[in-house]
Design a protein around this ligand. Structure first.
Ligand code: AMP
Length: 250
């Protein structure tokens, strides 16, 4: 049976041959951004704000895996099943799998709204492949935004995060609780804790970040694309800093 049409980024989440019926449009000029920062730093929320206010499409590789994970196992390819096992342990999925998924979605890099890569690249090998891919596609990044937050604050943010199983709205048990416990304010779906937000997975994810992803900061600094943003405070405060830095670099 064909999977139901999902209006949310089908070309990215489902991969070819799925297509977006309505393409996002850039509010001013198309921004092509990479967001860096440890898990839990608030990249996903910033990506959603940037998308809704400036137009670029939110291209999260983690969302590709979560979408695939909701399909019945019989509909998952062996590579995806293997990738989901890495993800459940909080480990990085092998570069070859991630790169294949991104390459087959290369039309998304030409989105008229621009794009925000969230969670990709995560290793220097992925960053080098992205650089080559963008050169082949004759596209240039606008900026690479690096969100900075101390580790203790990250653990606190991640362990309390809850997500709606239906509409994917994100809550926090103490900082942004839902009105009714374990129920979404927007659609009344049940709230769940992502498997990789459990304390034992958080530790592994932060170690993986330090080992593999932190070197990307130096990589993009050398290319003159890096913009560092303090990730403390509310999402709106972070957004205001992000926008200010983007304006300063354009
Ligand atoms: P995220 O939602 O970006 O935190 O991603 C959730 C999980 O998906 C990660 O902990 C990894 O297991 C996997 N993942 C997502 N993007 C990548 C990537 N670019 N490289 C390797 N693994 C990834």
């Amino acid at each position: 049976m064909a999977s139901p049409v999902n209006p949310d980024r089908p070309a990215w989440l489902e991969g070819p041959p799925a297509r977006c019926e309505v393409l996002p449009q850039a509010i001013h000029s198309a921004q092509r951004l990479v967001l860096l920062g440890a898990p839990g730093v608030g990249k996903g929320t910033q990506a959603a704000l940037l998308h809704s206010r400036l137009g670029p499409c939110h291209l999260s590789t983690g969302d590709i895996f979560r979408t695939a994970g909701r399909r019945p196992e019989s509909a998952q390819t062996p590579a995806i099943r293997q990738a989901l096992a890495y993800m459940r342990r909080g480990e990085l999925v092998p570069d070859s799998t991630v790169l294949e998924l991104v390459r087959e979605r290369r039309p998304c890099l030409h989105c008229p709204g621009g794009f925000i890569l969230d969670g990709f690249p995560r290793t220097v090998a992925q960053a080098e492949s992205l650089k080559k891919l963008l050169e082949d596609e004759r596209l240039a990044l606008t900026a690479v935004i690096n969100y900075d937050l101390p580790a203790a604050a990250i653990v606190q943010r991640l362990a309390g995060r809850r997500t709606c199983s239906r509409c994917k709205a994100v809550y926090h048990v103490t900082e942004r609780p839902s009105k009714v416990e374990e129920r979404c304010d927007l659609c009344h779906g049940s709230l769940f804790q992502r498997e990789d937000d459990r304390p034992e997975s958080i530790r592994v994810r932060l170690e993986a970040y330090d080992r593999s992803t932190a070197p990307l900061i130096a990589f993009y600094q050398r290319l003159g694309l890096l913009v560092s943003i303090d990730a403390a405070g509310t999402a709106e405060e972070m957004y205001a800093r992000t926008l200010g830095s983007l304006r300063a670099t354009s």
